[in-house]
Ligand binder design. Structure first.
Ligand code: CAO
Length: 445
């Protein structure tokens, strides 16, 4: 037969007159032995008072804010048949505020109650917003979760549902570390990239690696230019559907001509490189294929066709990549372009370039021809819709009129925005460009 028992505050060490800060059960709740009934808070620590036996809460003699000491009557409970002799369980050892709490050890003393526990959903709830934009659990503190008030409050602050946190302390108690680990795990989950452009794309968080574990390291901050251009390159890479079309241009005749005039202009300190010819040839192709000399408008539904021809040129500087713009290339000759190219790239390398110098481009050229390589996939310089990568020209055997002949071939890599440009247009563009470069007399047409 069930027996009514009084539950008194057990031995709580040297503490006296301690306020009750949380009552975790209500009248009628069935509780299990060692289940937390209430929490006390001293100026240094919080401690839970557990139920000393299985039973049902019949009366609650205290409320939040009451000051209690050892021996204070706190509950009247009906002991379950199996709890004939009430085990006495001391409060959990005090835990530093905000620190972890260990589970109680079984010892003499009285206390009780088991909640008919408010139903807590076992289904994770997620909202956008918390944890820096990552989907975070809704703050839903489970009454069933075995955790001290400080841990509960910590969880509430972070929006963590304790019902989803696995307690690692004794008897499954949830510690502050458990909550922190839960948040870390949530942060390392695939996250929805912010911003319309990358809508819904799941990207794994980068692992944090201690490289020093594997050998000597040195940490060097990225330059300001690298940080700025890096953010733009990243945005363009993830938001624009890039395709790269590869082709080759036979520049044997162009190079012969360039060398011939190059010697003349060297006296005037003007260096005529293949890039000056590329600028003119690209403009001829843009005039032929206007959709490459365009940008999508803000709505993404209209193409803004440009009637001017300002071409950006990627310049490698000790501080990072810069793309100054040469204006009205259609209106300038090769010598003038070569001269301007020399001036603007020197300005970029000397960090004298202004933001205005880098604005208004219609199309860009990235030339690695002076360095080497056979092909690469340049990233479009948005809001432009295409960029031409130029690699190093080399002599190749080309089959002409029944025999192989040595020709100087220039590798072209055209990356284009596939929302605007079709593959067939891109192939036509590079073919046209290759044709102009193969016979630069066409530039005069
Ligand atoms: N094939 C073979 N040789 C080439 C060539 C090509 N495609 N392009 C240039 N060259 C030669 C030049 O003729 C020159 O030879 P000489 O010294 O014997 O006359 C030499 O390579 C060096 O040229 P350059 O690099 O000084 O001049 P450039 O006009 O070709 O390029 C500039 C100017 C500013 C674009 C270049 O210096 C530069 O910074 N390039 C790097 C761009 C870059 O980083 N792009 C990657 C960006 S990520 O997409």
């Amino acid at each position: 037969m069930a027996e009514m028992k009084q539950v008194l505050v057990p031995d709580i060490g040297n503490y006296k007159d301690v306020p009750v800060i949380e009552v975790m059960v209500k009248v009628g709740d069935a509780v299990k032995a060692e289940q937390s009934l209430l929490t006390l808070e001293t100026d240094k620590a919080t401690m839970d008072v557990p139920a000393p036996f299985d039973g049902v809460v019949k009366e609650i003699k205290i409320k939040v804010g009451d000051i209690i000491s050892e021996g204070t009557l706190i509950f009247v409970m009906e002991a379950s048949a199996t709890a004939a002799s009430a085990a006495q369980i001391p409060p959990s050892p005090p835990s530093p505020k905000g620190g972890t709490v260990s589970a109680p050890t079984t010892q003499p003393q009285a206390l009780i109650a088991q909640p008919t526990v408010p139903a807590t959903s076992s289904v994770p709830h997620f909202v956008k917003g918390g944890l820096g934009g990552i989907s975070a659990p809704v703050a839903h503190i489970s009454a069933k979760a075995h955790a001290s008030p400080s841990v509960r409050s910590f969880a509430r602050e972070l929006g963590v549902d304790l019902a989803q946190v696995k307690g690692s302390a004794e008897k499954g108690r949830i510690s502050k570390d458990d909550v922190q680990n839960f948040v870390k795990a949530a942060l390392s989950q695939p996250r929805a990239a912010a911003g319309g452009g990358a809508g819904g794309m799941q990207v794994l968080a980068m692992p944090v690696i201690d490289f020093a574990k594997f050998g000597e390291i040195e940490s060097k901050p990225l330059s300001r230019i690298k940080k700025i251009s890096g953010a733009n390159l990243h945005r363009n890479w993830v938001t624009i559907p890039h395709v790269t079309q590869f082709d080759e241009a036979d520049i044997s005749e162009m190079e012969a001509f360039r060398k011939q005039i190059g010697a003349e202009y060297a006296k005037q300190n003007i260096k005529i490189t293949p890039l000056a010819f590329m600028l003119k040839a690209v403009v001829a192709a843009l005039q032929q294929f206007p959709e490459f000399n365009a940008s999508l408008d803000a709505s993404g539904e209209n193409l803004v066709l440009k009637k001017y021809f300002h071409i950006g040129v990627a310049v490698d500087t000790p501080n990072g990549l810069m793309v100054p713009v040469l204006r009205d290339v259609d209106k300038k000759g090769i010598v003038q372009l070569a001269q301007e190219l020399g001036e603007i790239s020197a300005k970029a390398r000397d960090l004298k370039i202004t933001a205005a110098d880098m604005q208004g481009g219609c199309f860009s050229i990235s030339s690695l021809g002076g360095i080497g390589g056979t092909a690469f996939t340049p990233i479009i310089n948005a809001p432009e819709v295409a960029i031409l990568g130029v690699s190093k020209a080399s002599m190749k055997p080309v089959y002409q009129d029944g025999e192989f002949v040595p020709r100087l071939m220039l590798p072209l890599s055209l990356s284009y925005d596939h929302r605007v440009v079709d593959g067939a247009s891109a192939a036509r563009f590079t073919q046209y460009l290759a044709g102009v470069l193969a016979d630069i007399r066409r530039l005069a047409l």
